[in-house]
Design a binder for this molecule. Structure first.
Ligand code: OAD
Ligand code: ZN
Length: 265
């Protein structure tokens, strides 16, 4: 994209956001790419050295829970080194701006990511559709420890780790293929999508459902769809504004313009 064309689209996106009351951002692995965390479907993607069925399905966990834990501890180590980038901080700033301006304005991040980087950047209104890698829970649903608890460990003495209450295996608090999404998070996300004036879709291929319904619900409910991605995605055909650029700098520039439109210094 030429620089003039990009600037025009950034201004168009910022105008939509500045004129909206309820705005959500729907994010995927692409927003964390510039923090050094590989995406799923790109080249160098995370699944390349592992088969999805082995490490990200309930069947894989049943068959070889140790391998699954090795995979997730490796991911924890990588994510522990990552810092939020310009894209994360821009979205956190947008939430702060909306809060400051008030008058019923609300901003939420709905993320498919499990890396916690939105929260680390300062976002408070974060809905996690696929869990959080820094939480663990007991795999026995009737155990009191089946409620997720914070777990910063990147190494365990024994793998797979066992629950100290019931002896079942502990598991990472992430959604695997074939598993339902956390019901509360999904309900909140769909409710917000149905009332949002605009959604900023960032760095997602938009092919994993039910999460990917979010931008479609916004569109069907009459809201605007702004998309930022380095390449076209499954969402691009419903986008009102598509900016084919990297997430970090683009979001930074959009938020700058939003501040100008809202007269915030
Ligand atoms: P994908 O890997 O499918 O897509 C990442 C998207 O980010 C691609 O469309 C890239 O073009 C784009 N991208 C890469 N770098 C970017 C950058 N610097 N700026 C902007 N865009 C960039 O990741 P997701 O869509 O998040 O689910 O994948 C969705 C779900 O599939 C994940 O949450 C995960 C996976 O299975 C579970 O684990 C349940
Ligand atoms: Zn237990």
């Amino acid at each position: 994209m030429g620089i003039g064309e990009v600037m025009d689209l950034i201004i168009e996106a910022a105008k939509i956001i500045a004129n909206s009351k309820i705005v959500i951002s729907f994010t995927g692995a692409g927003i964390s790419a510039e923090s050094g965390i590989p995406t799923f479907r790109g080249s160098g993607g995370l699944w390349e050295n592992y088969r999805i069925e082995d490490v990200a399905t309930p069947e894989g966990f049943k068959k070889n829970p140790k391998l699954v834990w090795e995979f997730y501890l490796e991911r924890r180590k990588k994510i522990a080194k990552a810092k939020p980038n310009l894209g994360h901080t821009a979205l956190a700033e947008l939430e702060a701006i909306f809060e400051k301006v008030g008058k019923g304005r609300r901003f939420y991040v709905i993320t498919q990511n499990i890396d916690n980087l939105h929260q680390e950047a300062g976002s408070k209104n974060v809905i996690e559709l696929h869990g959080n890698i820094w939480f663990t829970r007991c795999s026995n649903p009737s155990c009191e420890k089946s409620k997720p608890f914070l777990d910063k460990k990147v190494e365990y003495d024994e793998l797979p780790p066992k629950c100290d209450v019931c002896g079942s295996y502990l598991r990472p608090h992430v959604v695997w293929f074939g598993e339902p999404l956390p019901q509360d998070a999904l309900n909140d996300a769909f409710d917000l999508a149905s009332v949002a004036d605009a959604v900023i879709v960032v760095g997602t291929s938009g092919v994993v459902f039910p999460a990917a319904y979010v931008p479609h619900i916004v569109k069907e409910s009459g809201g605007k769809v702004i998309e930022i991605n380095v390449e076209p995605s499954a969402i691009t055909n419903i986008s009102d504004v598509f900016i084919m650029e990297k997430a970090g700098i683009t979001l930074l520039e959009i938020v700058k313009k939003v501040k100008e439109f809202l007269d915030i210094v």
